[in-house]
Design a binder for this molecule. Structure first.
Ligand code: AHG
Ligand code: MN
Ligand code: MN
Length: 312
């Protein structure tokens, strides 16, 4: 047998086996697996990528790429026939929609394609998923049971958590999601920061916080894609991503349901924190699907430091 093939067969733990070993309940395992499979379809779509504007705007008034809408359709159709999803809410739809017969166990929130404006630059983009077993119009702490994101980059990787740690899988040549890192754990502090928004729009308190990070020698890492920008904090085991309250938009830019809750769930499972500068993201009450919130997310030291600056 060729060099390495033996190791490969000996050590492979694929996604389904990992979830089974973790004792995740069967319907949730199957739902996470089905979403992981959709990631392959979305990746194929990106490669055919139709970068033309779809000629539509989403509820935020942002131009929708054809790819945003296509990936939303792919995801919704797959979930519609999964047998596990009663309702679906996505960044590309006006409101939450019933897609099952109403008896299914889970509600899925999605940012089907995050960072789609970066497709033409060939930078990494992603899919962000939240899985809830109660009404999403509550706090994430009460309703969320699992979260995952897929990064379409040089490798296709998927990070998921069902409340028993955060784990990374890489899609291999055979189309299998193979475990690459189990129970990712952040250090107390990191060395990178990812500051969203324009400097001139930051509040004075936020500007002072960022200047402190710069004085302390933190390296700036910002691609404009939430998924890869968060993923690097997780994989580098520390650091901070922020998209803050801005002078003209005190709720910042990012969407609480579709972007912030899933990443907060995963980051907390990895020993990190996620707040809006004051309150935990997962404690914030969701009152509307298009609710936004400022975000400070990453290793504990930096998130706590942000809170101190913002409370002055
Ligand atoms: P989406 O493509 O789903 O609309 O998300 C884009 C978001 C997020 O990916 C990123 O963190 C943020 O937009 C970047 O905003 P700026 O272009 O203002 O930096
Ligand atoms: Mn997004
Ligand atoms: Mn999006």
């Amino acid at each position: 047998m060729g060099e390495g093939i033996n190791d490969y067969t000996k050590n492979i733990v694929d996604l389904r086996r990992h979830m089974w070993m973790d004792g995740i309940e069967v319907e949730l395992r199957r739902l996470i697996w089905q979403i992981a499979v959709v990631g392959k379809y979305i990746s194929a779509k990106i490669h055919e990528s139709n970068r033309k504007l779809a000629g539509f705007k989403n509820i935020y008034g942002e131009e929708q790429l054809a790819l945003d809408r296509v990936t939303d359709d792919i995801l919704k159709n797959k979930l519609q026939h999964s047998g596990f999803v009663s309702h679906y809410a996505s960044e590309e739809l006006e409101d939450i929609v019933a897609i099952g017969c109403g008896q299914e166990k889970y509600i899925v929130t999605a940012d089907p394609l995050d960072g789609s404006s970066l497709v033409d630059t060939n930078l990494s983009i992603g899919t962000i998923i939240g899985i809830h077993n109660k009404s999403i119009f509550d706090s994430g702490r009460n309703s969320m049971v699992a979260a995952l994101y897929i990064t379409y980059g040089p490798l296709i990787t998927m990070i998921y958590s069902a409340g028993k740690g955060a784990h990374e899988f890489v899609l291999d040549r055979e189309g299998e999601y193979v475990l690459s890192e189990e129970n990712i754990q952040l250090k107390e502090k990191g060395s990178i920061f990812s500051p969203g928004g324009l400097r001139r729009d930051w509040t004075a308190a936020h500007l002072k916080f960022i200047e402190k990070l710069e004085e302390d020698g933190y390296k700036l890492r910002y691609s404009g894609g939430f998924v890869p920008d968060i993923n690097q904090v997780l994989i580098k085991k520390g650091g901070l991503f922020t998209y803050p309250a801005l002078k003209k938009s005190p709720q910042g830019k990012l969407r609480l349901l579709f972007e912030l809750q899933p990443m907060a769930f995963i980051m907390e499972q990895a020993g990190g924190l996620a707040t809006d500068g004051k309150e935990d993201i997962l404690s914030l009450k969701v009152t509307s699907v298009n609710q936004r919130a400022p975000i400070y997310i990453g290793s504990a030291a930096e998130v706590k430091m942000a809170g101190q600056f913002l409370s002055q």
